[in-house]
Design a binder for this molecule. Structure first.
Ligand code: NAD
Length: 737
């Protein structure tokens, strides 16, 4: 057989091996060409009497990451074109047929009469795991890198090539739904325990073991196609089903607030599909898949969380003419909360780290954090003792600045005090080499101002992490007025090395992310002062799609920090720049009541020891008046919370703080959890259309004031048409001095 993407050979036992190995790609993906070749493989195996069965394996380090999402995105574009040309009905017919091709192909594989086995090493996700699920036998390697899973939900889709039906026939319904909702990646051994794969073996043995399975006389029939097959959780309409479906509905509502059509589609496809034989069940799944694939939410999430994120990770904003730096040694100054985390993620990436603090004890304490984190990983079976030893050996904790010699990059994370930072900058610059880049993790001080105390401002840049560093994916890179392109390139090489996602922004108060976060929290404060019951404010935040309500979020960030920022803004920008009601609330909370947030066990919430946090009843006494719950317009609260952030994002673009819509969107979701189903702050505006957004903002402005005034950039879009993405984002390198 003449194939490009697979190697196909049959051994002397008559067992075929199809090795998936796409030329010129580091990872196998499902493309139309792969589907065509797979169809030929199935035909050959089914039609050749000398072939007993077939093992599908990968010739790469990983099995496959799944379907090419740009291919799916392309289907939507074709649909829109066809609808214009031939009308809705014809467009929908073609779209449905096209979007279920993979599902039909996999069904053909599992019913062709010959046994197929999947030998899985490395990641095997999405459409690729659906291929494995269609195989009659799955064996995974016990390697640390092996992961199976159906993560489609994370980009607003769901497994539409049989995944929902096969998983629900392999596992208890509750477990299957949970797996599909969470989209988690599962290790080999765990997958076997869950019933998703049949066996686990060392990497070098999986193909041989899969062949043995065929040789031993395996049947090419799935359990669900056998007579008398029983569902793992019994029938949907049964006493057992009654235990499952009502709570499943409630959990779905709690987790999604009804914002994710893909999650609802999973629930429906499994519920309806389990009542049908497989072929019909797959058709039901395909119907839902075609609907979800055309949804606004899927389009926005695929663009932001897959395409844009990948582009940013690959260096879309990196100046192409600066050769890549292979960082070996980084210095972290300040071994406190942030510095300790930065040291950990750097050492985890294999970099040597010099962790400096004022004295040895403080530096050691910062290093202990890495010890604690990696020990946690060992407890969970995700690391070995040898990993801990190697990691800790890479971190040198010291009070001696001379150790910084030879560092490629410095990340400063000392107290947020310009004087302390200036002293540190001078001390560091006295010892580092001429090529070392200096990055500051400041969250509020302008980079250009700090750079004034540097002798080499073109090598000075902002490298802003989010807490907790080891969990948060975003790093905001801030260009000072004089930051040069080599500083940018090195900072981006560093972010790539530690496997985080960068956005590059220009210097401004709050940079980008904290500006939006600040607007969200302020809206919560103002609602409180208007008399809205606190629990309704928090519920509105979650219903709008935010991970936590604004009051909770402020408790995490700390109320005293919020008050300090309000005071600093007032002093530096003027009294008009802060809302007096917000200042009043924070002053009472912090200065009169001593409530600083979770860190001192009391903020907008109380944190009883051993119990769950609950809203502080004393808030009622601080509110100047109280609204009756029935007078509160929840829809308006939700709008206010999202619009306030989107406006801040639009202003950031207008002020050229953010220069690429992809960064605003990606940064908003991974930096502060902006309602992911919208695709991010700017996609939220584009999604409803600039005109509708301006109308909404205007109506909020009338009622709540100037902060809702839409900036010129969106007003112009509303008038002239256009969107933030209308001019396709180019891989524009950031402006550098
Ligand atoms: P922290 O108080 O926990 O840690 C600061 C550390 O710096 C302390 O260990 C202190 O001993 C050390 N330090 C102070 N002066 C020093 C000096 N002259 N030389 C060496 N070490 C010195 O503070 P943090 O929360 O880790 O914040 C550090 C920086 O990160 C600040 O600029 C802050 O704005 C920024 N930041 C904080 C967060 C956050 O969530 N906490 C998020 C992003 C950025």
């Amino acid at each position: 057989m003449n194939l490009t993407h697979f190697r196909f050979e049959t051994d002397s036992d008559g067992i075929a091996l199809a090795t998936w190995d796409m030329p010129g790609r580091s990872m196998n993906v499902i493309t139309p060409e792969v589907m065509a070749e797979l169809a030929r493989i199935i035909e050959t195996v089914a039609g050749d009497g000398a072939i007993k069965g077939c093992v599908i394996a990968s010739g790469k380090d990983a099995f496959s990451g799944g379907a090419d999402l740009t291919m799916l995105q392309g289907l939507g574009i074709e649909y829109a074109k066809l609808r214009k040309a031939k009308g809705e009905e014809e467009a929908m017919r073609v779209f449905f047929e096209e979007s279920r091709r993979l599902s039909l192909l996999y069904r053909q594989l599992e019913t062709c009469g010959k046994p197929f086995a999947a030998a899985i090493h490395g990641v095997c996700l999405g459409g690729a795991f659906e291929l494995a699920l269609a195989c009659h036998f799955r064996i995974a390697s016990d390697d640390d890198k092996t992961r199976v899973g159906l993560p489609e939900i994370k980009v607003g889709l769901f497994p539409g090539a049989g995944g929902t039906q096969r998983v629900a026939r392999l596992m208890q319904t509750g477990d299957a739904l949970q797996m599909l909702f969470k989209g988690e990646q599962i290790r080999g051994l765990m997958a076997r325990n869950m019933g998703l794969v049949h066996a686990v073996a060392p990497k070098d043995e999986i193909v041989a073991k899969a062949k043995e399975w065929i040789k031993a006389g395996a049947k090419g029939v799935q359990p669900w196609d056998e007579k008398g097959f029983k569902l793992p959780s019994n029938k949907v309409h049964s006493a057992a089903g009654m235990q499952i479906w009502p709570p499943a509905n409630a959990i779905y509502r709690r987790e999604t607030q009804g914002n994710y059509p893909a999650a609802e589609a999973i629930l429906s496809a499994v519920y309806e599909g389990l009542q049908l034989p497989m072929d019909l069940a797959l058709k039901v799944e395909s119907r839902y898949f075609a609907k979800i694939l055309r949804s606004k939410e899927a389009a926005a999430m695929i663009r932001t969380l897959f395409i844009s994120m990948q582009e940013l990770n690959k260096g879309a904003r990196r100046p192409a003419d600066v050769p890549p730096t292979k960082l070996k040694k980084v210095g972290v100054i300040g071994a406190g909360f942030m510095g300790a985390g930065i040291a950990y993620v750097s050492a985890q990436a294999g970099l040597n780290v010099v962790l400096v603090d004022r004295d040895q004890e403080a530096a050691d304490k910062g290093k202990d954090y890495s010890h604690k984190l990696i020990s946690g990983q060992i407890m969970k079976g995700r690391a070995k003792t040898a990993d801990r030893d190697a990691l800790l050996a890479r971190i040198k904790a010291t009070a001696d600045y001379a150790e910084l010699k030879g560092c490629d990059l410095i990340v400063e994370a000392v107290f947020e005090d310009p004087k302390v930072k200036a002293e540190v900058i001078a001390k560091v610059e006295a010892v580092i080499g001429p090529k070392t880049i200096f990055g500051s993790n400041t969250s509020t001080l302008p980079i250009s101002g700090l750079a004034q105390t540097s002798k080499r401002p073109n090598q000075f840049i902002g490298v802003h992490f989010f807490s907790p560093v080891e969990k948060m994916l975003l790093v905001e890179i801030i260009m000072g007025k004089k930051t040069g392109k080599r500083a940018l390139a090195v900072a981006l090489d560093f972010v790539r090395a530690i496997k985080k996602t960068p956005i590059v922004v220009n210097d401004a108060r709050g940079f980008y992310a904290n500006r939006c976060v600040g607007a969200y929290i302020r809206e919560g404060h103002l609602m409180l002062m208007e008399g809205v019951p606190p629990s309704m404010i928090e519920a509105a935040g979650k219903q709008a799609g935010m991970p936590v309500g604004p009051l909770s979020l402020n408790d995490e960030v700390a109320l005293d920090l919020a008050l300090r920022i309000v005071k600093a803004t007032k002093a530096q920008v003027g009294a008009d720049a802060v809302d007096p009601q917000q200042e009043k609330l924070l002053t009472i909370m912090v200065e009169e009541k001593g409530r600083a947030g979770r860190k001192n066990g009391k903020g907008f919430y109380d944190y009883p020891e051993g119990g769950e946090k609950r809203l502080w009843p004393g808030l009622a006494d601080i509110q100047p008046r109280q609204m009756k719950p029935e007078d509160v317009d929840m829809a308006e609260l939700k709008n206010r919370l999202l619009v306030a952030q989107a406006l801040e994002a639009a202003r950031s673009v207008e002020e050229k703080v953010v220069t690429d819509p992809r960064e605003a969107d990606v940064g908003s979701i991974i930096g502060f959890g902006f309602a992911p189903f919208t695709g991010g702050t700017l996609s939220y505006i584009d999604g409803m259309g600039a005109k509708a957004f301006v109308d909404l903002a205007n109506s909020l402005q009338k009622k709540h004031g100037e902060r809702f005034k839409p900036p010129r950039i969106v007003r112009r879009m509303a008038k002239e048409g256009g969107s933030f993405y209308a001019a396709p984002a180019k891989a524009a390198p950031a402006k550098a001095a």
